[in-house]
Design a protein around this ligand. Structure first.
Ligand SMILES: Cc1ncc(COP(=O)(O)O)c(C=O)c1O
Length: 412
């Protein structure tokens, strides 16, 4: 008789018992949040959309994902004979494919050097903990991306938040805590607002602070040849570090940091994601090599995205949606509580529109929202469908009482 183990029989084992310190937290999610607060529904699980639906949840702003030139570059790399380096980037030798691509990105971004990371998250965490140590105040716009805060925590530095885009508050915090690191996103990922880069830089220079600008949502879409907002403002020689996720307009999986050559040498022996996680793969590098060439030439798509952004934003404003805290291709429909966000999600999905729900920990608890990300390929029909849906659902979603609507009423 042969004795087969459960695994050989493909029988899934029962869940192991876990101690209370884990089960309590799982219950907070499954019982308190999903069952009790949301009536058994998961806020992120959208109804499957049929053909003709308008998908506004991703960040492929310039519609690169299916570009034949990029796909072919990737396929060639996969089929090629070059061996794959399955090791940490620390061990890459001079002239390696990654190093050559980092030089190309440096030219594209007008930087002395760049370092590629496995993701935008790895770039930000690695950078922040490499420049911020215990005792160093790190001034973060409250809407700066979570990965930047995580890096501060890993470095044991002191996170000092300042109100979104509020330079007076930043100045007051700097007066109180002294020179440190100032961190902003060039274009904020939840509401599409822009950082006042000139003013932030003036405060950084006045106080002798380091400036970090996350360009995840502006690299590729903004600036000459898509080189970003720091370049558009002519500040590339004065901003210490720019970072970006390349999983947005570059439509791949990686992150990047601009820096000096000297800093790069230090970073590769300090950044924990760079040291303790393996490097990018050949086909990923090949994608970005081709993507830089494509993005540089994509002025028509950038102009299309701008036009679509203006049309959708002004259409939503006319319908009474308060979206003027942002100005770019990311639009926040800020409802407030999570249960209200669920009502909005259903109203959208029933009308063939899919966005992304943002709630805690991505937003403050009572500022949950549905984020719509526009792309350069949106057709007239899709724009009309989105605006018709938004016109039709206003009472159903109780637009009058959204936090964003109430805030606007209070201001005016
Ligand atoms: C502003 C910003 N920075 C960094 C990241 C992290 O990028 P990635 O998804 O490549 O890890 C994101 C992604 O959500 C982002 O929006």
């Amino acid at each position: 008789m042969t004795l087969l183990t459960k695994a050989q029989n493909h029988v899934r084992p029962a869940a192991l018992r876990m101690p209370a310190f884990v089960t309590r937290r799982m219950d907070e999610h499954h019982v308190n949040r999903i069952e009790q607060l949301m009536g058994g529904e998961h806020v992120h699980v959208w109804k499957r959309q049929g053909p003709g639906a308008v998908m506004l949840a991703g960040n492929d702003y310039l519609c690169l994902a299916n570009e034949p030139a990029l796909l072919q570059a990737q396929v060639r790399a996969l089929q090629g004979k070059a061996g794959q380096n399955l090791m940490s980037a620390v061990y890459l030798q001079a002239g390696s494919r990654q190093h050559r691509l980092e030089e190309k990105f440096a030219d594209f971004m007008g930087a002395q050097q760049t370092v590629l990371a496995q993701s935008g998250w790895a770039a930000n965490v690695g950078l922040m903990h490499s420049i911020a140590e215990p005792g160093v105040p790190v001034y973060l716009d409250i809407m700066a991306h979570a990965s930047l805060w995580d890096g501060v925590q890993l470095g044991g530095a002191r996170a000092v938040p300042f109100l979104h885009n509020n330079m007076e508050h930043l100045q007051r915090q700097l007066n109180k805590h002294g020179a440190g690191v100032i961190v902003v996103d060039a274009l904020y990922s939840t509401d599409g607002s822009l950082a006042p880069l000139h003013e932030v830089l003036a405060l950084a220079e006045k106080t002798g602070s380091v400036l970090v600008v996350d360009e995840s949502h502006s690299l590729g879409t903004h600036g000459p040849r898509g080189a970003g907002l720091v370049i558009a403002a002519g500040l590339e020689d004065r901003v210490h570090f720019r970072t970006a996720s390349l999983a947005k307009a570059f439509a791949g999986r990686a992150g990047i940091i601009t820096c000096s050559s000297r800093f790069k040498g230090y970073f590769l022996s300090e950044s924990r994601p760079a040291i303790f996680s393996s490097c990018l793969l050949n086909h990923e590098l090949a994608w970005f090599d081709a993507a830089i060439d494509f993005v540089e030439q994509a002025d028509v798509r950038r102009a299309g995205l701008r036009r679509i952004t203006e049309e959708v934003r002004s259409g939503l404003e006319r319908l009474g949606y308060c979206v003027d805290e942002g100005s770019e291709q990311i639009i926040a429909l800020e409802v407030g509580t999570e249960p209200k966000t669920l009502v909005l999600r259903k109203a959208l999905e029933n009308r063939g529109i899919q966005g992304a729900v943002f709630c805690a920990p991505a937003t403050p608890k009572n500022r949950a929202l549905v984020r719509l990300t526009l792309n350069s390929g949106m057709t007239k029909r899709e724009i009309a469908k989105l605006l018709d849906a938004c016109a039709d659902m206003r009472d159903e979603v109780d637009l009058e009482n959204w936090t964003s609507t109430v805030r606007r009423r209070r201001v005016h």
